[in-house]
Write a protein that binds this ligand. Structure first.
Ligand code: PPS
Length: 428
């Protein structure tokens, strides 16, 4: 039988014939017609039969029938190609029933899976809510925060969701006695201090300091990247950065007494620097202006606030053996003395020459041009292209930015909160 005759008798195009033949819905009628043509032999042109299709036919369709493969041009049987023996026809009804059964089974599995996923998601959310409530964590709406619309208040401080979701991890984190922690309220000059501490702790190995970005050399403890696991996996002595207040550090800090360097900066420069940081961060997408930010700072609606409580907690324990309290303003005034202080505190004696080298390597411009410490790796996705993490690095930039009212409000807050302590900042 020539193929043209076969296909025209079926009233189908060759492609359509194959498709219909291979779909369980209509193959029986095709089969019947074919069997009347060819006494149970089905003829299909080899051009349209892929190996997969052959397997499909073998597995699911006709039996008691031979599948002959014809040459594309001549329509003759191809000698080298296999003849697939089909033993019997499967009835249309049987296949439809089987299909229905199969579809029903799949649909049941599928709905069970969807249901399970939904239940898990809803359950996890409810569980989270309950745990937070039990811990006294309060949710605070902050529409100016763009993508992260909520902050959380926990034990008097403001945190983001990631932190309140990891309260236990933070609490039970394993501390090592030889850890060095660099702590601060944000924008106090932490990065500057980190770089200095890194050089001191690594025998001024500048090549090593430049070989990895600061986030990897000194992980940010309560931040998702590189994360608690990475901090745990670090070799000793670890240097760890954190903005958590003293009262929310891992429990073991009290017993193991690792060294802690706390950096503090005057409130007005801190708030200005923090505002610019919020504006440069794509990840936060802050939609407020400086006035909104100052209000948020004063009303404790900014992450890690209140600033006054944060600095005072550290100030109160500044004389403990394992604590070194350093002001940004003192770093700006006399960085060599601060480095000297640090070398004694960290038990890493330094020569004058070495101190000079650290001063040079950690100058504002040097760090701004150092791809391992200037956060340029966050440009584009995390930090806006036209912004710099190392922005100005000066004392008193607040004079260029804050209004008289804002200055008055911040000064008043500082007076009220810090007035009874001996903590004073020279902010001019
Ligand atoms: S963060 O995001 O909280 O870790 O930021 P942090 O590093 O604490 O603070 C950033 C501000 O510190 C300034 N900075 C420096 N000043 C002087 N010298 C050096 N080497 C230096 N490195 C960082 C940085 O410029 C930010 O302050 P502003 O006022 O925004 O410039």
């Amino acid at each position: 039988m020539c193929r043209t005759k076969l296909f025209s008798a079926l009233n189908l195009s060759p492609g359509c014939f194959i498709n219909r033949f291979l779909t369980s819905k209509c193959y029986l009628s095709v089969g019947r017609r074919l069997s009347s043509f060819h006494q149970g032999n089905v003829l299909i042109h080899d051009t349209y039969l892929t190996h997969k299709n052959q397997c499909f036919i073998k597995r699911r369709l006709l039996q008691n029938t031979s599948l002959l493969l014809l040459d594309h041009k001549t329509g003759k049987l191809l000698p080298n190609l296999p003849i697939v023996n089909i033993k019997r026809f499967v009835s249309h009804q049987q296949t439809t029933d089987q299909n229905r059964k199969r579809i029903l089974t799949y649909a049941t599995y599928f709905s069970c899976a969807i249901g399970a996923v939904l239940l898990t998601v809803v359950g996890a959310k409810e569980y989270k809510k309950l745990t937070r409530r039990a811990r006294g964590i309060e949710k605070i709406a902050e529409p100016l925060l763009g993508r992260r619309k909520y902050l959380y208040k926990y034990r008097g401080y403001i945190y983001d969701e990631y932190i309140v979701d990891h309260v236990d991890k933070i609490h039970h984190f394993q501390i090592r006695e030889d850890d060095v922690w660099v702590l601060s309220y944000p924008k106090a000059g932490t990065t500057w201090m980190e770089e200095i501490v890194y050089l001191i702790m690594n025998d001024l190995d500048i090549v090593k300091a430049r070989s990895k970005i600061i986030e990897e050399r000194i992980p940010f403890f309560e931040y998702a990247y590189p994360g608690f696991k990475a901090v745990t996996a670090m070799e000793s002595p670890r240097i760890i950065k954190s903005h958590l207040p003293m009262s929310f550090l891992p429990k073991q800090i009290k017993d193991k007494k690792p060294k802690i360097v706390y950096v503090a900066r005057n409130a007005k420069d801190t708030v200005v620097s923090f505002y610019h940081f919020f504006k440069m961060l794509k990840l936060i997408n802050y939609s407020g202006n400086l006035n909104d930010f100052v209000d948020g700072f004063l009303d404790d609606k900014i992450i890690y606030s209140p600033w006054s409580k944060h600095v005072l907690e550290a100030w109160k324990i500044k004389d403990e053996e394992n604590i070194l309290f350093i002001k940004y303003e003192d770093m700006k005034k006399d960085i060599s003395s601060v480095i000297q202080q640090l070398s004694l505190f960290l038990n890493r004696p330094l020569t004058d020459q070495q101190i000079k080298l650290i001063v040079e390597c950690t100058k504002f411009d040097a760090m701004k041009n150092n791809p391992a410490s200037n956060y340029s790796w966050m440009k584009g996705w995390g930090i806006k292209d036209d912004k710099e993490f190392l922005r100005k690095g000066i004392i008193g930039d607040w004079k260029n930015e804050l209004t008289t009212d804002q200055i008055e409000s911040i000064d008043k807050m500082v007076d009220t909160k810090l007035g009874n302590s001996s903590l004073v900042f020279e902010d001019k």
